[in-house]
Design a protein around this ligand. Sequence first.
Ligand code: HAM
Length: 424
Amino acid sequence: MLTQAPKGTRDMLPQDAYLWQWIEQEERLAAARAGYREVRTPVFEHTELFLRGVGDTTDIVQKEMYTFKDKGDRSITLKPEGTAGAVRSFIENHLYAETLPCKVYYLNAPIFRYENPQSGRLREHHQFGMECFGGKEPTVEAELISTLMSLLKGLGLKNLSVHINSIGCPKCRPVYHQKLKEYLGDRIHDMCETCQSRFEKNPLRILDCKEEKCKQIVKDAPVILDCLCDECSEHFASLQALLKARDIPFAIDPHIVRGLDYYTKTVFEIIMQSGREGLALCGGGRYDGLVEQLGGPATHAAGFGIGAERILMELKNQGLTPPAPSVTDVYVANLGADMRIPAFTFTQALRDQNVKADCDMTGRSLKAQFKFADKIGARYVVLVGGEEYERGAVKLRNMETKEETELPLDGAAEKIASILLPGR
Ligand code: HAM
């Protein structure tokens, strides 16, 4: 137990760190190009925020939240998604009073869901999300989808498909609820208990049930696209025109309803074609009612969230991970214990010149230091000591060609930097 991470959590190991950093860097650039600025919100929030924001009939709230009482007897929940916290922050910090739209992104926010852990489904994962407040036009969703596709293509990913749907607004959704309830009729008694409890309160959630018997019943249910009001239909048609204008292929998927209650009009997912069924790479949509519902002024909004672990999984599946960069370019070997101080200071001098350098920390013999330098893939070894050092020089050895050059100590760090980082 003591040396086992909790079920459904994962360490990010040093050998994978460069991949995370690379993905993060691409995400930052993609968000910045579209005018989104970073926001960081707490890892935990008051439970009430998610009950009201995400919806008390969703799986996330009913089954998956990490909720506990703090020492002040407040109910606290670890963030099960990023949107509610971003909305709370938008309201609390009066960002609505600034020029709108207000575009924000969060990077690798830890998200906690008590799910059944399996490949691609963790109890702690990390999301990159973009949220746009104050834009009512479908250009917002088109921008979000377009930014996502550029990001994913920039990482090299292929075979991704965009699935879109519209789940209407408070005007037209009740019409659909009625139609759905009529269709379900007596069939509801053959469905799971959760679906039965959602029948009156939130029938749309029934479409999201993962139980096989329920899925069979809802697969022929009427679709909400047939019940959209004029405004929602026009919005959906305009979004399609925008995606076509940008040459982004998409599929209309009337079965996407998403697992959170706040969505209105557009919902979308990006599906990995090589991935397992039910695993979306990304999900998002419009949520025009949420800011007001949480106590802010009526504000149009839309966004998406994408899991870092799923991006990494897909990159690995598609064989697209770039090779790891070198950890150390220059290893500074000492020719004896009395040379440890000069070797250390020379290593620091190289680092001051932006060279990735390292030296012995374990009291290794010269032979063992060379072995170590080879193991870590150092391109050069600098030898500090012996006759050269007495003459005020060091020896530079190219580990590939085995060629050795003597360099005057004065200016040696700069010279090595100019070899390793030409044109800097
Ligand atoms: P979501 O679809 O629940 O949406 O999650 C977004 C993404 O997070 C998923 O597509 C997936 O990449 C990743 N993800 C979700 N659950 C897990 C898990 N258990 N393990 C690993 N990765 C996971 C939301 O959370 C919304 N807040 C998205 C949004 C933002 N909508 C509007 N704005």
